[in-house]
Design a protein around this ligand. Structure first.
Ligand code: GLV
Ligand code: MN
Ligand code: MN
Length: 391
């Protein structure tokens, strides 16, 4: 079977799309489960055997699934809530189409090629990003992953149907390279295809601001212990500290109890996403935000408790592989990114590389995320060339 980009892309475009044009594709929930069925179907049409690693990651094999020195390519189906449709699925669609292109050329791979769909890359449902690749590589314990809960209290273990398998050296040890194709998420790429050099270190910290819930109409301003004030100050402090450090800080998810118009809240729970080019800068930024939050809590009569939820260390993609790919693509630009990826997590265990497809506006994690069709087609051609070269 050989399909065009438009055929495959239009086939999945409606799945999980909501009214604002963005996507709700939470891992292991209905729209993402439909995409996983789509994956199995695409594999079957290409005579590729599908395996599940017991962590929720799917593999479609061209060649021996037990073979050595396999070359993996793919990405993830899940989206951030109301995110775009390209972040993740573009890498999987492009992977199947690159297989088609290689077969059209009569390429006979010297080692297995596998298309992979990693589970829960965004951490949009269970909170920890790149959960599937962390499990596979042993960066998180299976029991800890199994106990992670979504907003409705469903655990990852329940959604998966059991405790994940965890670290699989027998599988990662048989991978020669992973090449993830992804839409570029900034404004730095002005040609159709680029190559990743590095991923900034980044992480997520949960802040719980507690105070005293009370009546909005009867509690004097002087008597209040309002955690919303501490939270609001912390948001502004994070923004200021990030600007001073030349780093990035975002507080974009918040839960309020009781979340009533006429009640002073008793609790505000909010998440800090912080990133920087260097680990030292990131550590300094997070320390500074925590200190400002605690200082302010002292003045508001509130309390603040901070829990680190996930951390992704700085990644430098293997220079020889990135250089080889850039050369193969006629001197494609090599650029770093502040976005996290499964390829980053696995780079500690197997040689990994990433191809970026131009994003004309740079907007991502938003319904406005977009890549032009001709750039996507160029990305598929580039991926086919890379896979052909590696196999
Ligand atoms: C993943 O897309 C992230 O960088 O948050
Ligand atoms: Mn993303
Ligand atoms: Mn992604």
């Amino acid at each position: 079977m050989s399909a065009t980009f438009a055929e495959l892309w239009n086939g999945i475009a409606p799945i999980g799309r909501v009214r604002n044009g963005g996507y709700l594709r939470y891992a292991l929930e209905e729209p993402e489960l439909v995409l996983r069925d789509w994956f199995r179907n695409q594999a079957a049409r290409r005579d590729m055997a599908v395996t599940d690693d017991g962590n929720g990651n799917l593999f479609a094999w061209w060649g021996d699934q037990w073979g050595h020195d396999a070359v993996l390519t793919g990405s993830h189906f899940d989206s951030v809530p109301h995110g775009g449709g390209f972040d993740g699925p573009l890498g999987i669609v492009s992977a199947f189409l690159a297989v088609d292109e290689l077969r059209r050329q009569g390429h006979v791979p010297s080692r297995p090629i596998a298309v992979v769909a990693f589970v829960e890359e965004e951490g949009g449902r269970f909170g920890v990003p790149c959960l599937g690749s962390r499990l596979l590589s042993g960066a998180i314990e299976p029991e800890k992953a199994a106990a992670l809960t979504d907003r409705d209290g469903v655990t990852f273990g329940e959604a998966l149907g059991g405790t994940p398998a965890g670290r699989l050296p027998g599988l990662t040890g048989r991978i020669n390279a992973l090449v993830e194709l992804h839409i570029e998420q900034g404004r730095a790429l002005d040609v159709p295809v680029g190559v990743a050099s590095a991923i900034w270190p980044h992480g997520r910290w949960r802040f719980e601001f507690t105070g005293i819930g009370d009546h909005a109409g009867t509690t004097s301003m002087a008597d209040r212990r309002d955690p919303m004030l501490t939270f609001a100050y912390t948001v502004l402090a994070a923004n200021k500290e990030a600007r001073l450090a030349g780093a990035l800080a975002t507080m974009a998810r918040v839960e309020v109890e009781p979340n009533a118009t006429n009640a002073i809240p008793s609790l505000v729970r909010a998440w800090l996403d912080a990133r920087a080019a260097e680990t030292g800068t990131l550590d300094g930024l997070v320390d500074a935000v925590m200190k400002r939050a605690h200082d302010r809590a002292g003045r508001d009569g509130t309390e603040v408790d901070v829990t680190p939820e996930s951390f992704s260390a700085e990644v430098t993609f293997e220079e020889s592989l990135a250089g080889r790919i850039a050369g193969l693509l006629g001197g494609a630009p090599v650029l770093p990114t502040g976005a996290g990826h499964d390829a980053g997590v696995l780079s500690a265990h197997v040689p990994t590389a990433m191809l970026f497809v131009r994003n004309p506006t740079g907007v991502s994690h938003s319904p406005a995320e977009h890549a032009d069709e001709q750039d996507c087609v160029a990305g598929i051609g580039a991926l086919a060339r890379v896979l052909g070269d590696l196999t």
